[in-house]
Design a protein around this ligand. Structure first.
Ligand code: NAG
Ligand code: NAG
Ligand code: NAG
Length: 151
């Protein structure tokens, strides 16, 4: 019988090197829960590893953008985010970071007035930027990252 010794040796040493090579540590895949039960009212969010990330949340109520200008829009966005946070087991009290997207910086002062009045202290870290255009007929969109408190 023909026995290919070099091949067998190569095969065995290769097998040995595979068995001996350390298993690479893989980062655990986070279990992500998507928060979507608010339906068309909200853009939703995702919770993982004790954090909730909201989507960019818009001033809609039952699928319709609220009227009344930047102050009313800001208030509605903050309430919509509150609903997402609640679904994720947290609240504005535990928000670490927000990003505020404004169609125009001319709305900054009015947005800030409502934001300052509605959010608990200490305020989360915030970035506020003018983006020029938002994907609908509204003037403000906000996203938030919150910790989920241990109960
Ligand atoms: C939004 O929809 C819910 C249920 O569909 C309804 O109970 C509520 O009155 C609506 N709110 C407004 C402001 O339209
Ligand atoms: C402000 O928004 C609310 C919904 O959050 C709406 O019921 C109300 O009519 C709006 N106010 C104005 C002045 O448009
Ligand atoms: C956009 O919303 C404003 C009020 O917030 C309204 O006056 C205007 O007609 C709307 N434009 C469109 C294209 O829906």
């Amino acid at each position: 019988m023909f026995l290919n010794l070099p091949f067998l040796t190569a095969f065995l040493s290769c097998l040995a090197c595979v068995l001996a090579s350390p298993v690479k540590a893989r980062a655990p895949v986070p279990a992500v829960t998507y928060l979507g039960s608010q339906g068309r009212i909200l853009s939703g969010g995702a919770a993982a590893k004790g954090l909730v990330y909201t989507a960019g949340t818009v001033p809609s109520l039952n699928g319709t953008i609220v009227s009344g200008g930047i102050r009313n829009e800001t208030a509605q966005v903050i309430r919509n985010i509150a609903a997402i946070l609640e679904e994720g087991g947290t609240s504005w009290e535990y928000v670490l970071k927000t990003t505020v997207y404004l169609a125009t910086m001319d709305d900054y002062a009015a947005m800030n007035e409502v934001y300052a009045a509605m959010l608990p202290n200490p305020k989360p870290a915030r970035t506020a930027v003018e983006v020029g255009q938002l994907p609908g007929n509204f003037s403000v969109e906000i996203e938030a990252i919150a910790a989920i408190p241990e109960i």
